[in-house]
Ligand binder design. Structure first.
Ligand code: SF4
Length: 300
């Protein structure tokens, strides 16, 4: 629970605030950049929401915060809804893609994602990418969307409450064997470095580097769930990765970037960092520019 006495000085005046317990995970400003922004080592409220729609967005950011570092008045908190997450991100594909909110401190606030889609017989065949923190309201909302049949874990850092979600939905979990000690109960392993088509619309691409067992998941040929391999940077804008947060092997990570050149990704949905929609052909140009910056010794 956020404490008014620990309200950070960087917040603009008004009912919403970030307090000193912020861990700088970025969840709030990635979800609601109109009202939250990074400060350097924390985040802060950059503008107070006005009106119902903006207030709902700020309250959802509050709900998503993994450490309850966002506060508001009691009157505003009473307007918090239980139906905000999962929030629709992309539609009109072979299914819909949603952001799950309810970030977990155990994955440092990493984003998790839900694909809702149907089998040819009409039954739901939904997929959870990485794990939000356990939340009964979120579980009820996902139940109403047809539950989850598979949980794909992008790498060891973002497994959070996978066991509780797998138990609730009766879902089968997948993780790469090189990161499997982070979720040893997972029912299935990805092996090696070759892409694996789990379904016609679901391709898993091993991208070792950030960790030895990192994988990216490509849905419908155009939505890439990138884990911590790549994300959309803000200043300057563009696809980026960082040697500073590479925990395993940077040269391998660069080779893994090259392996993604062949796709025409239209949505980049990472574990950390901004998510972003791309125009046709933009993905390849972005990756080529990244790799060129590395060749010049620059930060990616
Ligand atoms: S979501 Fe919470 S912990 Fe993360 S940056 Fe925002 S206020 Fe800080």
């Amino acid at each position: 629970m956020a404490r008014p006495a620990e309200r950070l000085a960087a917040n603009v005046a008004g009912p919403f605030y970030v307090d000193a317990s912020c861990i700088d995970c970025g969840t709030c400003w990635q979800f609601d950049p109109a009202h939250f922004a990074p400060t350097g080592s924390t985040s802060h409220v950059r503008a107070q929401p006005a009106g119902k729609t903006e207030t709902r967005a700020a309250l959802l950011a509050l709900q998503a915060c993994p450490v309850a570092a966002i506060g508001a008045t009691r009157e505003l908190l009473e307007q918090t809804t239980a139906d905000g997450f999962p929030a629709l991100v992309a539609s009109r594909l072979e299914g819909n893609v949603h952001y799950c909110g309810w970030a977990s401190r155990r994955s440092f606030g990493a984003s998790s994602w839900l694909i809702t889609r149907r089998r040819s017989d009409g039954r739901a065949n939904n997929v959870l990418i990485d794990s939000p923190r356990w939340s009964a309201p979120l579980a009820r909302r996902i139940d109403a969307l047809g539950g989850v049949s598979r949980i794909l874990l992008s790498h060891r850092d973002d497994v959070a409450d996978h066991a509780a979600w797998a138990r609730h939905f009766g879902a089968e979990r997948w993780i790469h064997s090189a990161d499997a000690d982070a979720a040893p109960q997972a029912e299935h392993r990805f092996e090696g470095s070759n892409p694996l088509a789990l379904d016609d619309d679901l391709l898993v691409v091993p991208v070792p580097g950030h960790t030895a067992g990192s994988v990216a998941v490509l849905f419908a040929g155009q939505v890439l769930f990138s884990g911590d391999h790549l994300w959309w940077g803000v200043d300057p804008p563009g696809v980026m990765a960082s040697r500073r947060v590479c925990w395993w092997n940077w040269d391998e990570q660069l080779r893994s970037v090259e392996r993604l050149l062949e796709f025409d990704v239209r949505w980049l949905l990472p574990g950390h960092g901004r998510w972003h929609a791309l125009a046709a052909g933009e993905w390849r140009r972005e990756l080529e520019q990244m790799l060129a910056r590395e060749g010049q010794g620059g930060e990616l």
